[in-house]
Design a protein. Structure first.
Length: 93
């Protein structure tokens, strides 16, 4: 029996009703569900896209590092995801 045939039966309708309906997509879940899950397709050994050229490292490092700072149209660095920063008096740290 396939899923469509099962859902057409009375037993299938009762099972769906008993389980509080069908599963909903993440976009329609409650607003408090704010966890972003990254599931790589391979082992993520490091976050350095210079050290390796695998797509899993590139994608993960872009999610973590790429959006902390960005550049404006004049190529000057600016904060994107960083709320604040501290610079030493000599400007080196």
């Amino acid at each position: 029996m396939d899923r469509r045939a099962f859902l057409k039966t009375a037993t299938g309708a009762v099972a769906v009703t008993a389980a509080n309906g069908l599963a909903t997509p993440a976009i329609s879940q409650r607003a408090a569900a704010r966890t972003l899950r990254f599931v790589p397709q391979a082992d993520l050994a490091n976050f350095d896209p210079i050290w390796t050229s695998t797509f899993v490292v590139r994608n993960a490092s872009a999610l973590v590092w790429d959006t902390l700072y960005g550049v404006n149209d004049k190529l000057q660095p600016q904060r994107q995801m960083v709320e604040s920063e501290q610079v030493s008096s000599d400007g080196l740290t």
